[in-house]
Design a protein around this ligand. Structure first.
Ligand code: SF4
Ligand code: SF4
Length: 399
């Protein structure tokens, strides 16, 4: 195990003026809150923490390049891995393009700008109208949803991770970035229903590759208008609280943001900017109340990594943030299962009653029911009608 990280941000405690924002978002942040160090996430710990590191864990990360030997099992054949790894290709390209400089864009470091901000700055008289325009452009570049929130520094990582040494490094951002544009990238319904399998991992790869291009394009558009824009995927900050503050969804027991149009089948990206924009507000639609009576994700999780009880302050291990009352997974158990399976898992996404195709009117009706006192009936119907069951991966190849 390497040395303890220095604290680049001595004042880790949340300022009082977030109280109102927290009430709106349903956050409970205590006095013992500390910003999260990125090197404590499971994907970083696999490289430096003796308690997590193993030959198998490292092989998991190499599996895009090494192309693991296929198994006979449905969903883990050469074709399944080929599709999964190809779906990741764009995100992998971004991650590797500045490797020689010790950067891993989109994962430990934000995207490097293609061109700096234009010298001529667009005059913005109406930030609300500009926000609508930015959301339209985000959709044009491939985002399925977009919201804007004030930059809440509590969710910035206390430190970034230096990818050659896996030691901490400062989480630098340019001065004056006051706003965050959060974007959601929906995942393929049929593929998600094929979890667990390497095939289903193609839905994640498509999400990440889509994020990489959308973030690069929208952040460059903003820079072309003369404003600063730092394009970010998993790097720099925790995106879940930002997505909730930006009105894109509600937090669920499965540790995911449950969105109105895609349920939990969403990956999120973000752009930090100084462009004047209007802020969205959190938009709850009954997820917390539903999760209070539902345990489907916790029941279905093979290593039992998800909590069955109410939200709590406290953490199973260093991969959970300190001082926030919430449903928290045991990420060591979760990641251990991924490594054993040689692919990612999202069974807790598949079985969630909010994992539906909401383009269908009947599913929108079910969502309305889930937000009322009839939520237990909706849950009962969901199980009775067989939703959440795994679809055999070969059905995806042979529809
Ligand atoms: S991803 Fe899989 S292992 Fe991890 S919490 Fe969800 S169901 Fe459990
Ligand atoms: S499965 Fe149930 S408890 Fe878990 S996130 Fe979905 S609605 Fe909430």
């Amino acid at each position: 195990m390497k040395t303890e990280q220095p604290n680049y941000y001595p004042s880790n405690h949340p300022p009082d003026d977030f109280a109102e924002a927290d009430r709106a978002a349903g956050f409970e942040v205590g006095a013992d809150f500390e910003r999260f160090d990125q090197r404590n996430d499971m994907f970083s710990r696999a490289f430096w923490d003796d308690g997590v590191q193993s030959k198998e864990a490292l092989a998991f990360f190499r599996s895009h390049a090494d192309r693991p030997a296929s198994r006979q099992a449905d969903g883990f054949t050469q074709k399944d891995y080929a599709l999964r790894n190809a779906a990741w290709a764009v995100a992998d390209d971004y991650a590797d393009r500045n490797k020689a400089n010790g950067l891993r864009e989109g994962f430990q470091d934000p995207q490097e700008p293609r061109y700096p901000p234009a010298e001529q700055k667009l005059k913005i008289d109406d930030p609300a109208a500009m926000t609508l325009e930015i959301k339209r452009v985000a959709h044009f570049f491939g985002a399925h949803m977009a919201g804007v929130t004030a930059l809440d520094p509590r969710w910035l990582y206390a430190t970034r991770t230096e990818v050659r040494s896996f030691e901490p490094k400062p989480n630098d951002l340019p001065d004056g970035l006051t706003n965050v544009i959060v974007m959601g990238h929906g995942m393929d319904y049929d593929l998600v229903n094929a979890y667990p399998s390497a095939l289903a991992g193609a839905a994640v790869g498509m999400g990440y590759s889509g994020e990489a291009t959308t973030v690069a394009q929208l952040s460059q558009y903003i820079r072309n208008l003369g404003y600063q824009a730092v394009g970010s995927m998993n790097d720099t900050a925790l995106v879940i609280p930002m997505a909730i503050q930006a009105g894109l969804g509600e937090y669920g027991r499965n540790q995911m943001v449950i969105t109105k149009d895609y349920g939990p089948r969403v990956r999120f990206s973000k752009i930090f900017t100084d462009m004047p924009l209007a802020h969205d507000q959190p938009k709850p639609f009954g997820v917390t109340e539903f999760c209070n009576v539902c345990r489907r994700c916790a029941d279905a999780c093979p290593p039992k990594a998800l909590p069955f009880g109410p939200p709590e302050v406290g953490r199973a291990n260093r991969s959970a943030i300190k001082g926030v009352k919430k449903w928290t997974a045991d990420c060591e158990k979760c990641f251990g299962f991924w490594v054993k399976m040689k692919s990612d898992c999202a069974i807790c996404m598949r079985v969630c009653p909010f994992n539906k195709d909401f383009r269908k009117p009947i599913m929108r009706l079910a969502r309305r029911l889930a937000g009322t006192r009839l939520r237990r009936l909706m849950l009962w119907l969901d199980i009775k009608l067989g939703y959440g069951k795994r679809i055999a991966p070969n059905k995806w190849w042979n529809p």
